[in-house]
Design a protein. Structure first.
Length: 343
């Protein structure tokens, strides 16, 4: 029987100061020498595997220590993209203005993007492992297209590349592949149609567990400002959950603690595993195990306990490392407390 209330992170964790700049979403690497940089990435990955295990997490990730950014770590391995001549583009429906690379030729995966860190992860924990990839729709919202003509076609092209990588990760022994789709909460109508179609295409042929992470973003000012415009109840998930419920994706992650997402919308995901966000990534206040177990209690009014996992609301990349460590420990302790309440 599987563990009740498995605990896992959304994906990213802070990079140690000897690996990269700290408190940044797009940090510069410390070492310019490729061998030194690779060694530092491997060391940081090992460190966070150990911290997740010590915190009592059930499904362990690489903390995204080997990628500079959750989308561009994958894109660095894609041919057909001009990274030299970036253009300014409003992304997430103009929430941020970003300098983005351009798609200038048909896309092709040049080599495996994440094999090295996936193999380190697999070799150094006996627990279940999860690996995160950017979702096709979110990638489309992070590049300027000069070739494919419409966002859905570009998403399908990226989905094919992601599928190659995902099948490779499955062969590397990873247990869960999670696609990160913050764009699903922004372009809700498109998400429910071609967004999910592209996601399923990226998962084609996978026999391991598949997951999608949909969030309201990292705890940075642009996101905090955006959230103030969303009203007292955040109902974005309501558009996409019914389409996800009838999709082949196994697990759905959503924000809960300190968010304005009403718990009853969970009822729109019958049959899915629910990764409940119990850790706020926009606050340095460390959650107590009681707060976390209480968050799970609220969810259990709408979902069977066998389908509930605990997670962070989003990645912890820009956070202070010590606070992130404490939040991991709280996540593990909160899961344990929820188990003692409901076993
Ligand atoms: Zn997120």
């Amino acid at each position: 029987m599987r563990t009740l209330f498995p605990a896992t992170i959304a994906g990213s964790l802070p990079k140690p100061p000897w690996l990269a700049e700290t408190h940044k979403l797009w940090p510069q690497w410390r070492a310019s020498d490729p061998d030194e940089q690779a060694a530092a990435k491997a060391d940081a990955t090992l460190l966070w595997i150990k911290e997740q295990e010590d915190a009592g997490l059930t499904v362990i990730g690489d903390g995204e220590q080997s990628r500079q950014h959750f989308v561009h770590g994958f894109l660095e391995n894609v041919d057909g993209i001009d990274r030299e001549h970036k253009v300014s583009m409003g992304i997430r429906d103009n929430r941020y203005q970003a300098m983005v690379p351009q798609v200038i030729a048909p896309l092709r995966l040049m080599q495996r993007a994440h094999q090295t860190e996936a193999r380190i992860l697999r070799a150094h924990t006996q627990r279940q492992t999860k690996f995160t990839l950017p979702g096709p729709m979110t990638i489309v919202d992070t590049v300027a297209d000069q070739v494919y003509g419409d966002r859905a076609s570009l998403a399908m092209a990226f989905a094919d590349l992601l599928n190659v990588e995902a099948r490779g990760l499955q062969a590397d022994g990873i247990d869960v592949i999670q696609f990160d789709e913050p764009a699903f909460n922004v372009y809700t109508a498109d998400a429910a149609t071609w967004g999910i179609e592209a996601l399923e295409r990226a998962c084609d042929g996978l026999t391991i567990t598949t997951a999608v992470h949909i969030c309201y973003g990292y705890g940075i000012k642009a996101n905090d400002d955006w959230k103030t415009t969303l009203g007292g109840e955040w109902r974005q998930y309501e558009q996409v959950f019914p389409a996800l419920a009838s999709s082949s994706i196994d697990q759905v992650s959503f924000e809960r603690f300190n968010s304005h997402v009403p718990p009853e919308i969970i009822a729109l995901l019958p049959g899915k595993d629910l990764m409940v966000g119990v850790i706020d990534v926009a606050s340095d206040q460390v959650e107590t195990p009681e707060q976390i177990a209480d968050t799970i209690d609220e969810v259990l009014a709408f979902a069977d306990k066998e389908r509930v996992l605990l997670s962070t609301n989003c990645g912890l990349a820009p956070m202070d490392r010590n606070i992130a460590s404490q939040k991991l420990k709280a996540l593990g302790a909160g899961a344990e407390l929820a188990r003692s309440r409901h076993s």
